[in-house]
Design a binder for this molecule. Structure first.
Ligand SMILES: O=C(O)Cc1cc(O)ccc1O
Ligand SMILES: [Fe+2]
Length: 461
């Protein structure tokens, strides 16, 4: 039996069934960065103070901070947890071997300045994934594709892939190196976190703050997806500038869990901690999922990209993709992100006298892309769901030859790009691919050929 079934969410969280599902819908609280309060047992939250001499129900108060104490109020994130035992009760940690989850630029290898693309990464059990009779769980399945920066310097990010078919029963993960933005591509996920439960399906994303302990299991046996491991400043909503006070990802569509403590899992738990690019494990008698109540604004979140209010050109020209930014991790250089999380959702194209797909370009920012489903208009064929591409700093790229031909000649009637969802992790820092990304068998060694049909059409008049 999967461990999540032993979790006891508050009664109201099992209220309704989502259409077409036999999975009881979880209850959430809405708002990005809101100050929430939630208790799985009534009366567990202290009133009017954070750490009374003796907390209600004899729980231990514990503070988890996501920003320096003195960070500006708008960026300040912290949550008070009221738990049966504090997180310090762990026992010793020992080195844990997970050679594929490498970190930072130092964990990568030199790559030529070619555009890179990967075929869909194998699901466990598929030939290229390697044979494993017992299967593999979320944490052991993680493989770094590309990475930059340095987790010790709290700068940069990694793009990871996961593909697993075993629950994390009796295990949990805590990442001190970075926040984890999980982008499911195939299969729904149940996330059990210290602060409660989240269900996410492809098309939705989950955001786990740095330092929050959690476990990931598949709804239906197996799942695959992408992760942005963000070593830098926490993701936040982008400024809207002249767009005004509404639009793009609206704050109320981000959902936080309600408190849920694992009443039955008092048994031992192995906690994997990632810190300084290395993984460590312990065996503790205390479940980390023992938070009975919490209040604060540092929380796991989920977001359904179907709620993204997409803005585009209603006159002419192809706008910069920054209009599709869902979340941004800024750096100290204004407007130059450690990472922008950008989506390419279903949308109408109506521009007149315009080449509508992305233009050919050389971008000083580095672009890692993935595809959740459907087709991406610049690469209708070779860029496939569950695969990826990398166009590093100033590497030329743009529509493949077939897409160029089609978009140069089509009638410019209003056109719906439908049944599609691509995304980009865009970073100011150049990415270095992992050795596995280059040699693991998924690299599309013929990628550059997609542009070889671009002829010299110049006609001197
Ligand atoms: O390269 C890509 O496909 C991503 C991208 C999309 C777009 O609409 C404009 C610029 C850009 O880099
Ligand atoms: Fe690009």
């Amino acid at each position: 039996m999967n461990a999540p079934e032993t979790i006891t969410p508050t009664a109201a969280s099992t209220a309704a069934l989502p259409p077409g599902s036999d999975r009881p819908a979880l209850r959430y609280q809405s708002g990005f960065g809101n100050q929430f309060e939630t208790e799985a047992v009534p009366g567990a939250l202290p009133k009017g103070r954070n750490s009374p001499q003796r907390a209600p129900l004899d729980l231990y108060p514990e503070l988890l901070s996501g920003s320096a104490f003195t960070a500006p109020r708008v960026e300040n994130r912290r949550t008070w947890l009221y738990r049966r035992q504090p997180s310090v009760v762990t026992g010793a940690f020992h080195a844990y071997e997970q050679p594929f989850w490498t970190s930072g630029a130092a964990g990568g290898v030199a790559a030529p300045p070619d555009p890179l693309r990967w075929h869909p990464f194998p699901m466990p059990g598929e030939a290229a994934a390697g044979a494993s009779a017992q299967g593999v769980d979320f944490v052991d399945s993680i493989k770094t594709l590309v990475s930059n920066g340095d987790p010790d310097a709290q700068t940069g990010m990694a793009a990871l892939i996961y593909a697993f078919n075993r629950p994390m029963t009796g295990r949990a993960l805590m990442n001190a190196d970075g926040e984890m933005l999980i982008v499911p591509q195939q299969g729904g996920l149940r996330l059990v976190t210290e602060m409660g439960l989240l269900d996410v399906v492809p098309g939705e994303i989950a955001l786990i703050p740095r330092g929050v302990t959690f476990r990931v299991d598949a709804h239906d046996g197996a799942a695959r997806g992408y992760i942005c491991e963000n070593y830098g400043a926490a993701f936040r909503l982008p400024e809207l500038g002249p767009i005004g006070s509404n639009g793009l990802a609206n704050p109320r569509d981000f959902l936080a869990p309600v408190a849920a403590h694992d009443a039955h899992a008092d048994g031992p738990c192995e906690v994997i901690r990632k810190t300084g690019g290395a993984l460590w494990r312990n065996q503790q008698s205390v479940t980390p999922f023992n938070v009975v109540a919490w209040h604060g604004n540092l929380t796991p979140l989920k977001y359904d990209t179907a709620h993204f209010m997409t803005i585009g050109s209603i006159s002419f020209d192809h706008p910069d993709p920054s209009i599709f930014t869902v979340l941004t991790s800024p750096t100290d250089t204004h407007g130059t992100a450690n990472c922008d999380f950008v989506i390419f959702p279903p949308r109408w194209l109506v521009q007149e006298d315009t080449f509508r797909p992305p233009w050919y370009h050389r971008n000083v920012m580095s672009e890692f892309m993935g595809l959740i489903h459907g087709q991406y208009d610049a690469k209708p064929e070779g860029f496939r769901p569950g695969g990826a591409s990398l166009h590093n700093c100033l590497v030329p790229h743009g529509p493949d030859a077939d897409a160029f031909e089609a978009a140069s000649t089509r009638a410019l009637t209003p056109q719906k790009l439908d049944h599609t969802l691509a995304f980009m992790f865009e970073s100011r820092w150049r990415f270095r691919p992992s050795a596995w990304a280059l040699q693991g068998g998924s690299l599309d060694t013929n990628y550059a050929a997609c542009w070889s049909g671009l002829k010299d059409n110049f006609k001197a008049t």
